[in-house]
Design a binder for this molecule. Structure first.
Ligand SMILES: [Zn+2]
Length: 100
């Protein structure tokens, strides 16, 4: 019976400093298309999956996280992709210079 030696755990120095650092001050901030507010709050679109559509055969409640404007409640359409909500015929309300 051969004895198995445990591999020595060396004190490896991981270069945590090398993680890509993004300068967020250079990134675009998403603004509310309605009121130009910068602050958003977490909200959820909640989908009810019927038992016919559900892979488990049971009705399921599936929350999809979106962000809504903390001022007027508007949800940018980019967050609604895949929710089925954005497919409703709707005027493009992301850019309304007439409301400014
Ligand atoms: Zn807003």
């Amino acid at each position: 019976m051969a004895k198995r030696k445990k591999p020595k755990v060396k004190n490896q120095q991981f270069k945590k400093q090398q993680q890509s650092q993004v300068d967020l001050s250079q990134a675009d901030s998403i603004q509310c298309g309605k009121c130009d507010n910068y602050l958003f709050i977490q909200s959820f679109v909640i989908k009810k999956v019927s038992s016919i559509m559900s892979p488990t055969g049971k009705e399921a409640i599936v929350p999809i996280q979106v962000y809504s404007c903390g001022n007027c409640g508007e949800v940018p359409s980019m967050f609604l992709k895949g929710t089925g909500i954005e497919e409703k015929p709707k005027k493009d309300n992301l850019f309304r210079p007439d409301l400014g």
